[in-house]
Design a protein around this ligand. Sequence first.
Ligand code: ZN
Ligand code: ZN
Ligand code: FE
Length: 748
Amino acid sequence: MKRAGIRVAGIVQGVGFRPFVYRLAKAYDLTGLVFNDAAGVWIEIQGEETAIKEALAALSAEAPPRSQITAVEVRALSLQTETGFVIAPSPSGSKRMTLISPDIATCPDCRRELLDKRDRRYGYPFINCTNCGPRYSIVRDVPYDRPQTTMVSFPLCPQCQREYEDPLDRRFHAQPNACGDCGPSYQLLDGAGTCVGGEDVLAACRDRLGQGTVVAIKGIGGYHLACDARSELAVKKLRQRKYREEKPFAVMCGSLTAVQQLCFLSADEEALLTGPAAPIVLLRRKPLDSLARAVAPGNPCLGVMLPYAPLHYRLLAASDVLVMTSGNVSEEPIAYKDEDARKRLAGIADYFLVHNREIHCRVDDSVARIFDQKPYLLRRSRGYAPAPISVGKPGPAVLACGGEAKNTFCLTKEAQSFISPHIGDLENQEIFQAYQETIEHYKRLFDIQPQAVVCDLHPEYLSGKYAAGLDLPLVKVQHHHAHIASVLAEHGCREKVLGVAFDGTGYGPDGRLWGGEFLLADLTGYERLGHCRYLPLPGGAKAVREPWRQAAWVMQQLYGDDFASWQPGFARQLPAGAQLVLQATAAGINAPLTSSAGRLFDTAAALLGLRLYNTFEGQAAIELEAAAGSKTGCVLPYELTAANVLDFCPSFAALLAQLQQGRGRAELAADFHATVAAATEAVVRRLARQCGVRTVALSGGVFQNMTLLRQLVERLQGDFTVLVNRQVPANDGGISLGQAAVARERGW
Ligand code: ZN
Ligand code: ZN
Ligand code: FE
């Protein structure tokens, strides 16, 4: 007989770890106990030595799917007199490190039961277990226990109660456990709020979707607006009602087979699609698919997800494809409260498929793609938040307020960071309200009292104003430093690196709009070693929506005032007031200077006549990348000054000249990508030589451009360690993590 004490660290709480240990002890005929404490899980097992050894091996090998063991330490204990194995309460006084699991897609076991006519939950659209189901979205408060979730209004029936209390059952302590007898249910309402659909509301909903109507569907983290993705009429109707011109819609496919009919799918992409987070995955479309053109007009990629809630399996047959877009009017936060949804979506949805389980926290679908065989996040939300991301060593608690667009915030505690789900663009009152509420909720859930608050340097960001209004020491972190720091924090990199931060714009300490930056940086600080040449943004923020503005300025520089005759395709699309805008720019009126790399792609797209007006953020750049396709481009001329200022105006001149000579737009789009990659490589090599740095970090929204990212990484990776964002997005959704990491490193 032996007794072993086992310390297990990692993500081991709220993932079915204690019942797993209980079953293990039973299987190996061991006595002892298991409990959660601040450091993770503590186990004591007693029995035959071989049985203990085998149980230990199984502990790591068979751990629950959602757990992540980082360390197992074993030590010998003296024998105890005991008869069984118990799940013991957490020791009192031990400060629990609360972890709330993200919402998890329906697991294979539940899926099987859902489709099994003999199962008592056959067809039940809220089926879940310890390994799957809603989590974060239903939690009101901690500890994570049924009374603290929105399941509190559904008392368990005797059968569910039995499962809930049986450590050998898959639903032991599964807080959202429910069945058709005791749990939530769906209703189908028409526009007037009258129940329709009779006995089988889900079948009725399916029929109505088949008839081309738009249905607002209450799901896990909010409402979706759904319609048949193969019906041109239905999709166009949804676009008109939602005021969404051309921004692509995501779709949900009924099966992997349906996905493969629409898109090319690698093994890594398949794994991401079918994984527990079940994000929207951006996939390359096959030519001539059966989708309505209006789903993602002119876009070579399609955002695809698979069913992730049991409801979805009921709504979609294997071959079905539905548009599933967030339930909001453009620019507003996604609706998740019933009454609010009924009001805001009234003009959009013909029907409402609603359920009576309250969503406590709004959480949008996450968006990801595969880059270099690993997930690369574009929006980190459902399925990911609020899982912690390690920030290395323990440090003080800080609140990092993030940026403005695609905002997230980040709270740290000891060695962990808790990043919010995607909040949205902090430019209207509803989103700002949601932002503040979510911060308060996170502070309560994770028991964090920040000792400092961090924000961007930008004087106009609402997140910065919010930060300044708190009674805490305020740390300001430059936008692009935060981008690079997010990469460093993720990778636990403590050395000085060469950071390439390419994005739309961020506030520079010189008062200009930065966005094409070469920084020698670590977590404590940065030095700006180089940047893209400052060019004016004629009309300021308007130039972001209207790429013709900077393009026209470039043309004027190259050809003088009668520039329009040089590129008729471009000139034809110019508005009447174009010359006035350029005159104002020449006079320095409303034409801030920017080193933005993002604008360069917009400008190139406009110069090529591909797109002069954006109907959504990044559209021109996306279409430039689409035009380039997989063609290998030629490197055009560019200029790099002794002071490391990188100027692409020579490239623009070459684009226009070659267009004149009849070279195709697609080839030129490819050339422009190759040029930016080659020029960036040249700057990196020069600077790396000067400062003896071997690690390069790439971040910023421009690195959502896969063509640029791939080419640049290929050019650098032989000679440098190249780090990119993996756990947070390279866009502004990632900067809260970078801000937090810098503030903790710097102190204040
Ligand atoms: Zn399950
Ligand atoms: Zn029940
Ligand atoms: Fe940015």
